[in-house]
Design a protein around this ligand. Structure first.
Ligand code: NAI
Length: 331
């Protein structure tokens, strides 16, 4: 019998998790990892990205053998320290390409028909369509940056809209153009030809603030920008600049570079440098702007995707307990 401790498990999934890990001692919490409430002899830890697993955690749990993170990313875990202590770390490599692509499409459809403003005024008692004119996707050019798991799902989801789809990827895969309806173009061509641009690339030093003022200037007047990837891909000042002068007609984003400050507003008082403050203020302007929709990093959050995350994590644990490690992130 092994000793397991899971944090950040939503109430609706608690019984499901219990029923799938039988014969072991299991502690489950809805909250993030709390060492004061975690048994010292815990051997397997299940955590989400909101729990930092560092030296303090390893020191407090000397029997720890394995960490199952309920996520693809694992930058919240100190892998060097885990490796040193021979602790296995497993992740969920894919769970929701369709889920995130659907959210990108939802942001785009909402912007295209001024859905947010429409619902808001009706709820306020004003039943009047004036000022709520939208636009058709039919005949428009949609530029997708990044043709990986999520980007290519969006390409497919857009098939029914009679729009032209173009894409840019730093590592294009020409095979994809045989089975999906889009063509690759250069980044400059994507900027100049797209009526809508949707971002699906990871945040790397090379992609940091790729949507800056220089990029925005190359775009079509009245472009719409959708971001369900990472906030750091866009310079918020460039977005505000584009929205203010009409270059950008609308922004739909699920991610903000300084989102930790919006999650914990009191942290704003401790901002470390002027740059962070500038970005936070600019992202505040973005949130308040009439032509934007900002959602709280919610694109992954569907019932089905969460179940896929839990299923893979439970599989990772069962495999580990059977002496076979899968989805190991420590190379
Ligand atoms: P992926 O790794 O399958 O695809 C990324 C694509 O970007 C690849 O085709 C790659 O060649 C391309 N790429 C890499 N560097 C590039 C560059 N400099 N310029 C242009 N293209 C470049 O990733 P996937 O699964 O499609 O996810 C994309 C991003 O979506 C993730 O990195 C993550 O940040 C974000 N994401 C957001 C979620 C949310 O809840 N909002 C949930 C899941 C992922």
């Amino acid at each position: 019998m092994s000793k397991l401790s899971f944090s950040s498990i939503t109430p609706d999934l608690k019984d499901y998790v219990r029923n799938n890990i039988k014969g072991h001692s299991l502690e489950i919490s809805e909250k993030t990892l709390d060492l004061t409430k975690t048994k010292k002899d815990t051997e397997i830890l299940g955590v989400f990205v909101d729990s930092k697993v560092d030296k303090t955690v390893f020191d407090a749990l000397p029997k720890l053998k394995m960490i199952a993170t309920f996520s693809t990313g694992f930058d919240h875990i100190d892998l060097k320290e885990a490796k040193k202590r021979k602790i296995t770390v497993c992740n969920v490599p894919t769970y929701g390409e369709n889920t995130v692509a659907q959210h990108a499409l939802a942001l785009l459809l909402a912007l295209s028909r001024k859905l947010f403003q429409s619902v808001k005024i009706v709820k306020e008692g004003v039943y009047d369509y004036h000022g709520l004119r939208g636009f058709d996707l039919k005949g428009k050019t949609i530029g997708i940056i990044g043709t990986g798991h999520i980007g290519i799902h969006l390409v497919d989801m857009l098939d029914g809209f009679e729009a032209t789809k173009i894409a840019y990827d730093a590592f294009p895969n020409p095979e994809l153009t045989k089975t999906h309806k889009f063509k690759y173009v250069s980044l400059n061509k994507l900027y100049s030809d797209s009526d809508v641009i949707s971002l699906h690339v990871p945040l790397f030093p090379t992609t940091y603030h790729m949507i800056n003022k220089t990029a925005v200037k190359k775009m079509k007047d009245g472009v719409y920008i959708i971001n369900t990837a990472r906030g750091g891909l866009t310079d918020p000042e460039a977005l505000v600049w584009g929205l203010e002068n009409g270059k950008i007609a609308g922004v739909g984003t699920d991610v903000l570079e300084e989102e930790t400050y919006f999650q914990n507003p009191e942290k704003v008082l401790n901002l470390k440098n002027g740059e962070e403050l500038r970005r936070t203020l600019m992202e505040n302007v973005l949130i308040d702007h009439t032509n934007t929709i900002v959602t709280p990093h919610n694109a992954f959050n569907s019932t089905e995707a969460l179940k896929r995350i839990i299923d893979t994590s439970l599989d990772n644990i069962k495999s580990f307990l059977n002496g076979k490690v899968q989805n190991n992130v420590i190379k």
